[in-house]
Design a binder for this molecule. Structure first.
Ligand code: ATP
Length: 272
């Protein structure tokens, strides 16, 4: 719940099948899943298992989904927190929440800890406008302390997501911390088609729906936007009293989602 500011080791049943496209990223994260499943296989020759990886890419491209799928594939508990949740906390609270999260994670290891929007707490000194610098630094320092405090054989893997790796404090990227970066890009044509396949599954569509065309109509869409299109199309068709969702409902849904994206971009960059 929001009150605890983090997700306490939930079991997830999301797997790599739920994540469409992202083939290269999946290969990289499969290796991490195997570290969790068979740690001895890797440490037997003296190697050190990485503690963390950074998932880098624009919003809505499936970073959270992929992190959850890793927990699902490895069948380990999933802990998560969002950097932005720490922005308005009273002094000292951020650090103690981080401590609490790692304490619980250690008790449930092997497990995955996912930190969304890590840039909100992990920005390099002097670049943060959201949080008083002292408090943000306390929270960041506690995170670094926790990461250094467990061995590479502890069975805890920390994943963090950001779309601004350039602003991160270099302390976070040092060896033994987030020393691996996995890029999660917006899907290409084939990727969008695969994402449509996933999100069309629960929808009652007309048999002559052209999925390739849907993919070609949606350049620049992230996975989250495609999920949104599928849902909107179903609602638009239902409102018209239809019994199946047709191509023209998808056309309308794409227009609506593009409208929403344009509005959002205006809010984010009003000077343009
Ligand atoms: P943010 O940075 O905004 O948190 P994110 O990269 O973590 O975004 P998710 O929260 O994982 O994005 O994606 C939101 C939703 O979009 C997912 O729950 C899923 O429904 C859909 N989605 C995104 N990418 C994919 C994908 N590659 N395959 C299937 N569904 C996807």
């Amino acid at each position: 719940s929001k009150a605890t500011l983090f997700d306490k080791g939930t079991r997830v049943n999301i797997t790599f099948n739920d994540v469409a496209g992202l083939d290269e990223a999946k290969v990289e994260v499969m290796e991490i899943v195997d570290f969790l499943k068979n740690p001895k296989k890797y440490t037997s020759l003296g190697g050190k298992i990485p503690k963390g990886a950074l998932l880098v890419g624009p919003p809505g491209t499936g970073k959270t989904l992929l992190a959850k799928a890793m927990a699902g594939e490895a069948q380990v508990p999933f802990f998560s927190m969002s950097g932005s949740d720490f922005v308005e906390l009273f002094v000292g609270v951020g650090a103690s929440r981080v401590r609490d999260l790692f304490k619980q994670a250690r008790e449930k290891a092997p497990c995955i800890i996912f930190i969304d929007e890590i840039d909100a707490i992990g920005r390099a000194r002097g670049k943060n406008v959201m949080m008083s610098n002292d408090e943000r630094e306390n929270t960041l320092n506690q995170l670094l302390v926790e990461m250094d405090g467990f061995g590479t054989d502890s069975g805890i893997i920390i994943l963090a997501a950001t779309n601004r790796p350039d602003v991160l404090d270099s302390a976070l990227l040092r060896p033994g911390r987030f020393d691996r970066q996995i890029s999660i890009d917006k899907p290409d044509l084939a990727g969008r088609e695969q994402i449509f396949q996933v999100h069309l599954k629960p929808i009652k569509t007309s048999p002559n729906l052209d999925i390739k065309k849907l993919a070609s109509m949606t350049p620049g869409f992230a996975g989250a936007d495609i999920a949104n299109v599928c849902n909107e199309a179903a609602l638009i068709a239902a409102r018209k009293g239809k019994t199946e969702v047709e191509m023209d409902d998808f056309n309308d849904a794409v227009d609506r989602v593009i409208g929403g994206l344009e509005k959002k971009n205006k809010i984010i960059s009003p000077e343009e």
